[in-house]
Ligand binder design. Structure first.
Ligand SMILES: [Fe+2]
Length: 247
């Protein structure tokens, strides 16, 4: 045991000495180790939910490999690191809504990983193979707010296109029941107290390169256009109704 510990120290020291920083292999190993040893022990029991469909279910709009890497690596890492960041702190007793409402008071690891966890959960849920159509009633609401579905699509796509670097585009509802579109950087979301436009997210679109680069490379516009085909409007509408009824 002691011998193997010394060996690890020696390998690490060699790696630092030869490159000035830890090798990718060691960083990767540490990440793996972190993912495997993180246990969700917090009281409110945040869940790492199963993807609601197969990795290839959103083809041809979103490819299998992108979905597999996105869900099993990126999303899993956000979840594990979120649990790690809140475990043993008073934050673990709060709901996600409560955490986001006071996010400016918490460490960056909570903001980035809590946001990453929540945002991706929404993203998976608001997609379905070939999409699910919206009800006539909800369509009327959207048209009344945005003028037409085309205008909504245009504004939503624009929010995704103009987000510089990594981030998200959102369709939200505010406290008065008004629908609006916004965009946030990194893993921020409209529930956070630091958000420029605050509201309850109904529809989330991930515009990080990891969401589309394998299939679309730098063509974010093509990915955004394709995303429109896999939106589960039933789920979006259910979120809207829930939010309105909770007021
Ligand atoms: Fe993502």
């Amino acid at each position: 045991m002691k011998k193997s510990f010394i060996t690890i120290i020696m390998i690490s020291a060699f790696s630092f000495a030869s490159s000035g920083q830890p090798s990718n292999e060691i960083i990767h190993h540490k990440k793996q180790e972190k993912m495997e040893t993180n246990k969700n022990t917090n009281k409110i029991n945040f869940e790492f939910k199963a993807l609601p469909y197969a990795y290839d279910a959103l083809e041809p709009y979103i490819d299998k490999m992108t979905m597999e890497i996105h869900y099993s690596r990126h999303h899993k890492a956000y979840f594990d690191n979120f649990i790690k960041a809140i475990s043993g702190t008073p934050i673990e007793n709060l709901t996600l809504n409560e955490i986001f409402a006071g996010i400016s008071n918490y460490p960056a690891a909570v903001r980035n990983n809590g946001g990453g966890y929540y945002n991706h959960e929404l993203f998976w849920d608001n997609m379905a193979p070939n999409g699910v159509k919206m009800s006539e009633n909800f369509e009327k609401k959207l048209v009344a707010q945005f003028g037409s579905l085309e205008k909504l699509k245009e504004e939503f796509a624009n929010a995704g296109m103009t987000r510089f670097g990594s981030g998200w585009a959102w369709l939200n509802v505010d406290g008065k029941g008004n629908l609006f579109i916004s965009s946030t950087p990194n893993q921020d979301n409209p529930l956070m107290d630091i958000a420029e436009k605050k509201g309850t997210p109904l529809l989330a679109m991930d515009v990080w390169e990891h969401a589309y680069y394998l299939k679309y490379q730098n063509k974010r516009a093509d990915y955004i256009n394709a995303f429109w085909n896999v939106i589960n409007w039933k789920v979006v509408e259910e979120r809207y109704e829930k939010s309105i009824n909770n007021k």
